[in-house]
Design a protein around this ligand. Structure first.
Ligand SMILES: Nc1nc2c(c(=O)[nH]1)N[C@H]1C(S)=C(S)[C@@H](COP(=O)(O)O)O[C@H]1N2
Ligand SMILES: [Mo]
Length: 373
């Protein structure tokens, strides 16, 4: 009892003023949405700080929420104090708890499916819901912050401590995962859990939202290589197969990864076979719009992704996985294998490769809506 009293007293002493707690929650939730979304684009270990920040801020939310609930508890529990905006507050609370709970369970390695959603996808869903909820909650309930709230040195110290506590908490949890060898211990730095085995059956078919084309007849299949290459041309499936093999790790943002042997042809060799990338320097003046700098991979569904030329050259157009012909679900007859990129960038059912001068910002939207009529 003495210890509990001491903890409560020191937590109480750390507690920032109510307005600061509320606005901090808003800011931290927005920062979580931002780091969460950015983390989707990180595929190589040097991007670890994004994940570290996301997890540490997540633990900071727990503390902030504890302070906040201790303060507003009576308003939720006493019916006479309910207002119209209370419903929104409760909804916001439910989404917050849902986001934190699914995130925490995922971190310790709980791997249940909700139909074909992983717990991580549910976490993302709750998190995205939370952003408009917290924003409207702020509009209906928050008091404007006062300058004095943020001027105190104490507040800065409190925040420093909170973040450090979050980081330590996360380290301790990793240690506990390893000690107890929970499934969470095998997670990659991205949080993804392993799918073991070789070939088509070893890992899930994952298509983004609504992309679901009919199977492509292999004999009629053609891959065209066009744009800023000297001699645009088409390839059939046999011309792609059997040229190169590479081991590469596919890491899906829905929370799993797999290492497979992929067979097919290096994109650099495909581009060479199409006359090579135009360098745009044979005219009198350098014409940037005639220089191939990016390579766009387009699916039969319209789904597409673009890589810088140098990276694209080392990517693979795969026709095989683990020695088997690539199954339809995995993008057969041919898909992009882009080592170091997240799964959603590994375009399936590639039918066109276009060398371009420009990058392709619209791909973000196209990817999300691909397959919707
Ligand atoms: N054309 C197309 N390519 C796609 C997708 C898609 O929906 N359409 N999904 C992507 C996603 S999110 C992932 S994780 C990988 C999954 O590949 P798999 O289905 O072979 O596991 O393919 C990517 N390529
Ligand atoms: Mo994915």
């Amino acid at each position: 009892m003495r210890i509990r009293g001491t903890i409560r007293r020191s937590l109480g002493r750390l507690e920032p003023p109510p307005r600061v707690v509320d606005w901090s929650l808003l800011v931290v939730v927005l920062a979580e949405a931002a780091t969460g979304l950015v983390s989707f684009t990180v595929g190589t270990p040097d991007g670890w700080p994004v994940f570290w920040l996301h997890r540490s801020l997540g633990l900071a939310i727990v503390v902030l929420l504890g302070w906040k609930l201790a303060r507003v508890r009576h308003r939720l529990l006493d019916r006479r104090l309910w207002r119209r905006s209370t419903a929104l507050s409760v909804l916001t609370l439910v989404a917050t708890v849902g986001t934190i709970a699914t995130g925490a369970l995922w971190v310790v390695g709980v791997d249940v499916r909700v139909s074909y959603w992983t717990l991580l996808s549910v976490h993302v869903g709750f998190g995205l819901l939370l952003v408009p909820l917290v924003a409207s909650h702020a509009v209906t309930r928050f008091r404007p912050p006062r300058r004095v709230d943020f001027e105190e040195r104490r507040t800065a110290v409190q925040y420093g401590l909170l973040l450090i506590a979050g980081a330590i908490g996360y380290r301790l949890q990793q240690g506990a995962n390893a000690l107890l060898s929970t499934p969470g211990a095998d997670r990659r730095f991205t949080g993804s859990q392993p799918r073991e085995g070789e070939g088509n059956g070893a890992f899930p078919v994952t298509s983004w939202v609504a992309d679901d084309p009919d199977p492509i007849d292999r004999t009629n299949y053609r891959l065209s290589v066009t744009g800023l290459v000297a001699a645009p041309r088409e390839f059939d499936a046999d011309e792609l197969a059997g040229n190169d093999e590479t081991s590469a790790l596919l890491d899906c943002t829905s929370g799993w990864y797999t290492v497979q042997e992929w067979g097919g042809i290096r994109v650099g060799d495909l581009l060479e076979a199409a006359g090579g990338v135009e360098r745009g320097d044979d005219g009198a003046s350098d014409d940037r719009s005639a220089r191939g700098a990016y390579v766009r991979f387009v699916s039969v569904t319209g789904y597409r992704w673009t890589l810088p030329v140098a990276e694209a050259e080392d990517a693979l157009i795969a026709t095989h996985v683990g020695g088997d012909r690539l199954a339809h679900g995995h993008g057969g007859p041919a898909r992009l294998v882009a080592p170091g990129r997240r799964g959603f960038q590994w375009v399936k059912w590639v039918t066109r490769i276009e060398v371009r001068a420009e990058r392709d910002p619209a791909q973000w939207v196209v990817t999300l809506v691909s397959g919707f009529d």
